[in-house]
Design a protein around this ligand. Sequence first.
Ligand code: PMP
Length: 436
Amino acid sequence: MTPSTDRNVELFERARERIPGGVNSPVRAFRAVGGTPRFVQRAEGAWFWDANGQRYIDYIGSWGPMILGHGHPAVVEAVQQAVLDGFSFGAPTEREVQLAETIVKLVPTMDMVRLVSSGTEAAMSAIRLARGATGRKHLIKFEGCYHGHADALLVKAGSGLATFGNPTSAGVPPEVAQHTIVLEYNNLEQLEEAFARHGADIACLMIEPIAGNMNFVRATVPFMRRCRELCDRHGALLVFDEVMTGFRVALGGAQSLYGRAIPGFRPDITVLGKVIGGGMPLAAFGGPRAIMEQLAPLGPVYQAGTLSGNPIATACGLATLEQIAQPGFYDTLAARTQSLVDGLSLLARSEGIDFSADCEGGMFGFFLLPELPQNYRTVMTSDGARFNRLFHGLLERGVYIAPALYEAGFVSAAHTDEDIATTLEAAREVFATLRA
Ligand code: PMP
């Protein structure tokens, strides 16, 4: 195809005229891997078609929400019904109550939830709530974890150990970053030091329990146990950002997995998004009643939204949760994801390529590294140029993985054994070209 007949190229050129970088969220622009983003025309099940009519097996699934695959009939029907009843009212609806009831039933560490429209909004509001409930200013976050683009969270580690961070974005005043302590993921020493120095002022520790924004990195069980203990000892709240992992790694989220490993374990506040909206703008944060009742209109912590609990989004979310709560759903999903990850590992090793991979439920990650990394610094030692060759090799063969080495991948219930086999065949060809 020449550039003049390539609709993706044409659309990208037009997009760049009117939308900064041609995209409405930066990772879509293929900046890390180079080349032209694929403009999606339509999607069905595990596949999408680009503007040239080229089909791809989709391992992004809208960055997590599409756990059932695209266009699941029960979800489509629920959305169609909801549309007929009206788009948005700015007044409460029964489905919001049903969705809140369903979420707390499935994630029982929460007594109450507040529905919002994006993960950013949920994480930002959870922090305000934590600060309001504790009357403290500081928060701890970890390098490589992403919690949306609220000012206080766009912060990287400062120069010293357990000191305050620096903004990672222009437009974030240093004063805002001053209250955020950025630590290395899975680093117990830094964690101890941060609490020893600042414990009395820490409102919350926010963490992705399985980090999906530095590819796929688990918090170790001892590390998570210590996070819980130190929060308890110092009166800080443990905030689990399960925007990505919630209803993705297990029906009860990553917290259900840590709960199995650590008796009595629970986060104080949970942040959810992605799967709970089934592809519609919907997110939530929740926790114990005493904390949640600090929110307006009951309490002093203000939080609101014109489109919060949107009737179409709640219909989509409810229909999605109904499907994933079916017995055996996660067993099948996890087995399929595992077969992908095992197949890739085997093929890469047989070509002599350094490769490590991990997965949980319908989420996976792989690294062109001999061992699984434990933190962001190690993730970023991956060979970026080699990853980019792998990405483009797969793309040319109709397999769409995340266009950056620091992003996780997602398998849906619509991916079949045949899709996995096709993917592995493509990977076998591409790995052979990467050997050199
Ligand atoms: N938290 C996590 C763990 C995320 O992965 C994301 C988005 N990828 C967010 C928060 C922000 O969500 P949103 O993009 O819906 O604002």
